[in-house]
Write a protein of this length. Structure first.
Length: 280
C-alpha cells in the first residue's frame, strides 16, 4: 500500500469549524499537545512502514494547521485524483498545496490524472468518499462539509456506483468519522450519525457484516480507523470489546496515541490518504 501523510509541524487548534475544536483548551496545553501530536504521527508512520506500506510525505505549511489531515485532500482510485474543494475558508488555502503535491506525484508517474470539482460543489476528499473494494462502489457523505452533488461527479469520474449517505450529527461531520469499510467487506459504523434512509442502505448492503460502534467508542473516533493491510487496522482509540469483535473476524488492532488530533475531530483515517487503490 502507498499512502500520503503530512507532518503536524504546524498543527494546532486555531479556529472552530466542527464541535470538537476548542482553541482556548488547546492553548492551555499547547506545547504538550503539539509534542504529543508529533510523537503520535511519527509512531503511526513508523507502524505503517513496519507493516509494509510506503509513505509519501506532503510538506506542511505554516498557517494551514489542518493540512495534516491528508484524507481530506482528495480521493484517488485507479490513478485518478479527484481534488477536494473545501467548504470553510479556513481550509481553502490547502487546495493550492494539494494541487502542487499531486502534480509532483504525477511527474513521478505515481498518479495519472488530476481532476478538480466544479465551482460551487464542495467535496472533502476521502473523508467523504470511501472506496468499497468488495462492492466495487463508493460510500459518500454529504451535509456538513461535502455537497450531495459531489456524489454525481464521483460517479462520472470513476464510472462506479456511488451510495450517498446524509450525515445528521454535527460531531460526525465527515463520513470517515462514522464509517470504516474493512478489507474483508465488513464495516464499522455509528448508526446515530446517519438518517433513517442511510441506516437502511447500510444494512441492505452489509447485512451481518455491519458492525455497530458503541457511542463511547464513537466519541473517541474509533470509526476513524485505517486498515493498512488486509488484516491490520490502526486506531487512535478502540475499546477491548470492539477489539474482540474485530479479532473474531481475523483483524489485528493497533493503537496509536492520536489524542491531540482528536481535539480537531480526526484520527488515523483522517491522517492518511490511500494513493494506490485499484478497482477490480
Amino acid at each position: 500500500m502507498r499512502v500520503a501523510m503530512s507532518p503536524p509541524d504546524f498543527f494546532s487548534i486555531d479556529y472552530v469549524i466542527n464541535p470538537w475544536m476548542d482553541p482556548a483548551a488547546w492553548q492551555h496545553d499547547a506545547a504538550q499537545l503539539a509534542g504529543d501530536a508529533k510523537a503520535g504521527w511519527r509512531e503511526m508512520k513508523a507502524l505503517y512502514e513496519k507493516l509494509g506500506a510506503s509513505v509519501e510525505v506532503q510538506r506542511p505549511k505554516a498557517g494551514l494547521p489542518d493540512l495534516v489531515f491528508t484524507a481530506n485532500s482528495a480521493v484517488v482510485l485507479d490513478g485518478i485524483v479527484l481534488l477536494a474543494r473545501f467548504r470553510f475558508p479556513e481550509r481553502q488555502g490547502e487546495e493550492q498545496e494539494n494541487m502542487a503535491f499531486f502534480q509532483r506525484l504525477r511527474r513521478q508517474y505515481a498518479v495519472q490524472r488530476i481532476i478538480t470539482m466544479p465551482e460551487g460543489v464542495f467535496f472533502e476528499g476521502a473523508g467523504d468518499a470511501i472506496w468499497d473494494l468488495t462492492r466495487q462502489s463508493f460510500w459518500t457523505g454529504y451535509g456538513p462539509r461535502s455537497s450531495l452533488q459531489a456524489s454525481a461527479v464521483i460517479a462520472r469520474t470513476y464510472g462506479k456506483p456511488v451510495h450517498p449517505l446524509k450525515l445528521v450529527d454535527p460531531r460526525f461531520y465527515h463520513l470517515d468519522t462514522c464509517l470504516c469499510v474493512l478489507p474483508g467487506g465488513e464495516a464499522l459504523h455509528f448508526p446515530a450519525a446517519f438518517d433513517a434512509d442511510g441506516r437502511s442502505l447500510l444494512q441492505k448492503h452489509f447485512g451481518k457484516d455491519l458492525i455497530e460502534v458503541p457511542e463511547a467508542d464513537a466519541l473517541k473516533l474509533a470509526a476513524n480507523a485505517f486498515p493498512i493491510t488486509p488484516n491490520d487496522v490502526v486506531f487512535g482509540s478502540c475499546s477491548t470489546a470492539l477489539e474482540g469483535q474485530l479479532n473474531e473476524r481475523g483483524y489485528i488492532v493497533h493503537r496509536v496515541n492520536l489524542g491531540s488530533f482528536a481535539r480537531s475531530g480526526g484520527s488515523a483515517f483522517c491522517l492518511t490518504l490511500t494513493l494506490d487503490a485499484r478497482s477490480a
